[in-house]
Structure formats: structure tokens, C-alpha cells
Ligand binder design. Sequence first.
Ligand code: NI
Length: 394
Amino acid sequence: MINKQIKAIINENKEKLFAFRRDLHSHPELSWEEVRTTKRIVEELEKIGIDYRLTHPTGVIAEIKGKKSGKTVALRADIDALPVMELNDTLEYKSIIPGKMHACGHDSHAAMLLIASQALYTVRDQLAGNVRLLFQPAEEIAEGAKAMIEQGAIDHVDNVFGIHIWSQLASGNVSCNVGPSFASADILTVKFRGKGGHGSMPNNTVDAVVVASAFVMNLQAIVAREIDPLEPAVVTIGKMDVGTRFNVIAENAILEGTVRCFSLAIRHKLEKAIRHYADKVAALYGATAEVNYIYGTLPLVNEKRSALLAQSVIASCFDKSTLYPVRPTTGAEDFSYYIQDIPGCFALVGSRNNEKSTDWAHHHGCFNIDEDAMIIGAELYAQYAWAYLNQDKF
Ligand code: NI
């Protein structure tokens, strides 16, 4: 079920794959600022001969039309960098922009999809359908996928496939599980209003420090006592802004946190419980609560047929040991928006190689990838599309 010509083209273009990634790596651009990155992608698409259109304000949607009619499969790569200072001082292609870095590997995603596009364009006469290529900006702020969709990224698309390079997985391994893969990531702000006063006379006040503290402690019961123990969930308060001085009782407290889970039903339950706890704790102390619950990314749940297809492609293309299931992560990925209404799946391509010091966490200043993993990723993009469009023949 794999196309040998695709494999050969990817391997022949290894140096181009590495060089393109290195070029993007040394010129990182933050979310919605990917102007040079977009320009570089377009230059390469033009050289290959692939039709494209620009999305606003950055990003590219391209399309390869197969000779025969059929379905349309979309391949997605995100292209933005992070506000992180690169610490890989000896790297010849280190970021040239202080404080900006491709610390999540999105440079490799763009490069892998580009080389995959070249391979698919070369075999377009063998494609029974079309391949849509999505070079997506602003994933790091969870806005890019939504904006691409609004601009028609998945109009008339039957299936979507995406990849993330993954430093927690050994180079040479790939994971694409059926079901949950990434969590939803919501933003929580709670404001308690009490009554300030002199620190020596608490009886005349409603102490926002006490209310906020009671809320944080009670909040722990939501995951422990309200949610099915077999359903993963996270409620974290990361910031508490309360009080001004040691002998002044605080009137207001503002708490900020994040809420994560893998299903919309659990998400709904968590939001409801948080609102309930905030109101009741505030009432207990005579304060008031205002909860602002902002929906972030959706849970990323790989559709069964798509994930099984990806698994067969991985098993056919690479070693038997390549497929290596990893547990879902409570991190977030805005690829989830693409598969809200149409089937698709998201694979993790391992890039950890201790000998090459590529075992640093994503978003760390020392993050880097084993570039050999990109050969697997580029081929996986192309072979998945080929297999999806030609699967009737298997
Ligand atoms: Ni990322």
C-alpha cells in the first residue's frame, strides 16, 4: 500500500529537506508574523509548479490535482515559532533573531510537507483525487487553524492528516493512536470581590485572600471527586493576584488557570463545577465571584479509520518497530479544529536522539531535532495522502 516512487523522491531530496528546515530555523517568526516563512514556502512551491493561494495575513493553501477524480485529502503543517531565546550556541543554523526560536519544531513540519508535496506532485498522474496542502500560521496561540478554516482550508476536503515532530518519542518511532491524542486547553479567570480593611480588624472585612485560598483548595476536589477516575482531567491555577501590603486586608483577588481534558462531556462538567465552586465558596465568606471561562483548543481525538490507515501506512513504509504508541498528552494542538467535522488524524514523529542531544523538551531554548526523523515524517505525509486517495485498490 505504499508508493515506491514517493519513497525514492523523499530520499533523493534529503539534503533539500534539511536545508529548507535549517533556513526556517535560523529565521524564526512568531504567530501571525510568518511573512518570510510564507514567502520561502511559496518560492519553493513555484519551483515545483504547484498552484497555491495566500491566506490572510500569513500562510499558504496549495493544491495538487490528481489525474483521476476522487476525494480530497488535506495535509497540514504549522509554521510559526516561539518567543524563546535559543541556547544552542554551537548550532550553525541557530536563530539569528534574539528571543525568537523554532523551539517546537514547526520549521521541520513546513520542510517535511514541502518535500512531501514535491513527491506527490511528481506522482500526480497516479493520484485518484486531490491533495490540499495547508501551511498554517499561528498554531502556538491556537488561532491559525480557525483562521485557515474560515478562509476555506477544508472546504470540499474529505480527510485531514497532520504531523508533529516529538522529542519525547525516540527518533525512528511514530505514534498515531485511535482516539484521544491531545487535550482541550481552556483558560479560566476567577475574580472574587470582598471588602478590604485594616489587617488588625478582620471582623470588619471580607478577606479576598481567605476566599481565594479556600477556592484553590476546594478546586482540588473537582478532579478528585466530581470526575470519573478513568477520565483524565487537569485544573491548574497558575496565577493569583491578591493583596497589596502585609497589614491591609485585600478586597479583590484575581486567579488565572487552565483546564484540560479529552472529551467535550468532561469539559462541560468541569466548567459547570468550577462555576458552582466559585459561587458557593464566595457565598460562604460573604464575597462575590465572577468566572470567565474561555474555550481554547478542542480535544484532539483521532478518528478510528484514519488512525488505522495511518498505522498501516507506517507499518508498510518503515520497520515493523517504527509504530510505537505513546500515551495521550495534556498539551494542546489546534489541529483539533480541522477534525471537528471531518475525519482525520494526527501523528507524532519521534525526534529524540540522546547522541545528538535532541532530548530537550519542546519550548525549551535547547530544543532541537534529529533531522533524520524528518525523512520519516516527509514520507509519512506523502504516503498517507497517496494511500487515502488510492485505498479502494487495497
Ligand atoms: Ni508545536
